[in-house]
Design a protein around this ligand. Structure first.
Ligand code: NAD
Length: 307
C-alpha cells in the first residue's frame, strides 16, 4: 500500500488524512510541529476506522523521519493571516515554514512527489520546487480543482442542474487573479454563454473569486477546509491510481502557454510520477492575457521573498 505523508495537522491536513483513509488510498503519516496534535488526531481517526471499516493506518507525529519512503508528501503547514499582519508578512512567514518542511522532505523522502496546499499557493509551490531541486513534474500545487468545484457549484445553482452536468476549468492563480475558462464551459453539453446571461456569468465569476473569503468571514476564525481537502484528495487519487486524469493544478511552465519558469494553474495530466504533461487547451485572447497577468503577479511575489 502506498505511503502518503501530510505535513500540517490543522483543518485541511486532518480532513485530508481522513479522506485518504476512507478512500483507502494508502497509509498516512500526519506530521505537525505542535507536540501531540498529530498523534491525537491520528488516534481519533484510527478509532473512526473501526466504524468506517478502513484497514489502512495513520501515524501522527512531530518526527519527520517517519515520512521516509513516502510516495507523496502534501504540505498544508502554514499560519493564517492574523490581524495587523500584511500580505508580505504572511508570505515571508509561510515561506520560512515551507522552506523548512521541504528541507525535511529532501532529507527523508527524496524520491517523493510534493503536493503543496499552503497559501499563497502558486508562490509556495515555486518555492518548494526551488528549495527541493526536484524535477518540476514532481512538485505541484492544489488550487484549481477547488476553484473549479466552487464554480461548478455556483453554475449548478444558477442553472438549477446537477453539478455533474457542468464541464469547466478555473486556471491561473489561486485568488484574485484566477482565470475561469468560460469559453470552454458547458452545461449539459451546451456552451455556458448560451445558457446564462452575461450578467449571471459575471455573478458566478465574482462569487467564485470571493468563495474563500465568504467562508472566512462566516467562520470568523480559520478558512475553508472540507472542499480544499476534497480537492486535494482528488489529485492524490489521480496520482496514486495512475489515472492520467486531466485536472487543473499549479504546475511548472517551460514555455507552455507562452510562460517560462513560473508556477501557475493550468490543465495537467496526473499520473504516478506526478505531472505527466501540461495540456495546452485553446483559450481566447482575453483568457490568455488574464493567465499572463496572473503569472506576472506571482513573479513579483517570488521576487519579494528573494527566491
Ligand atoms: P491550520 O492553521 O488549521 O493548520 C495549519 C497547521 O500547520 C497547524 O496545525 C500548525 O501547527 C501547522 N504548522 C505550522 N508550521 C509548521 C511546521 N513548520 N511544521 C509542521 N506543521 C506546521 O490551517 P488550515 O486551515 O489547515 O490551512 C493550511 C494552509 O492551507 C494555509 O496556508 C491555508 O491558507 C491553505 N489553504 C489552501 C487552500 C488551497 O486551495 N490551496 C485551501 C484552503 C487552505
Amino acid at each position: 500500500m502506498s505511503k502518503i505523508s501530510i505535513v500540517g495537522a490543522g483543518q485541511v491536513g486532518a480532513t485530508l488524512a481522513l479522506l485518504v483513509l476512507d478512500r483507502k488510498l494508502g497509509n498516512v503519516i500526519l506530521v505537525d510541529c505542535v507536540k501531540g496534535l498529530a498523534k491525537g488526531k491520528a488516534l481519533d481517526m484510527m478509532q473512526a476506522g473501526a466504524l468506517l471499516g478502513f484497514q489502512n493506518s495513520i501515524i501522527g507525529t512531530d518526527d519527520y523521519s517517519e515520512i521516509k519512503e513516502s510516495e507523496i508528501v502534501v504540505i498544508t503547514a502554514g499560519v493564517p493571516r492574523k490581524p495587523g499582519m500584511s500580505r508580505l508578512d504572511l508570505l515571508k512567514k509561510n515561506s520560512e515554514i515551507v522552506s523548512s518542511v521541504v528541507k525535511e522532505i529532501t532529507t527523508f523522502a527524496s524520491e517523493s512527489i510534493i503536493l503543496v496546499v499552503t497559501n499563497p499557493l502558486d508562490v509556495m509551490t515555486y518555492l518548494a520546487y526551488k528549495k527541493s531541486n526536484f524535477k518540476p513534474n514532481r512538485v505541484l500545487g492544489q488550487a484549481g480543482v477547488l476553484d473549479t468545484a466552487r464554480m461548478k457549484y455556483l453554475i449548478a445553482q444558477e442553472c438549477k442542474v446537477s453539478t455533474r452536468e457542468i464541464s469547466t476549468m478555473v486556471l491561473g492563480g489561486h485568488g484574485d487573479s484566477m482565470v475561469p475558462i468560460i469559453s470552454q464551459t458547458t452545461v449539459s453539453g451546451k456552451p455556458l454563454v448560451e445558457v446564462l446571461s452575461k450578467k449571471a456569468i459575471q455573478r458566478v465569476i465574482e462569487k467564485t473569486r470571493s468563495g474563500g473569503a465568504e467562508i472566512v468571514s462566516l467562520l470568523k476564525t480559520g478558512s475553508a477546509y472540507y472542499a480544499p481537502a476534497t480537492a486535494t484528495v482528488t489529485m492524490l487519487e489521480a496520482m496514486g491510481k495512475d489515472t492520467n486524469a486531466l485536472l487543473p493544478a499549479s504546475a511548472y511552465l517551460d514555455g507552455e502557454y507562452g510562460l517560462k519558469d513560473i508556477y501557475v494553474g493550468v490543465p495537467v495530466r496526473l499520473c504516478k510520477e506526478g505531472v505527466k504533461e501540461v495540456v495546452e487547451i485553446s483559450l481566447t485572447d482575453k483568457e490568455k492575457e488574464a493567465l499572463h497577468k496572473s503569472a506576472a503577479i506571482y513573479r513579483k511575489s517570488i521576487k519579494s521573498i528573494g527566491v
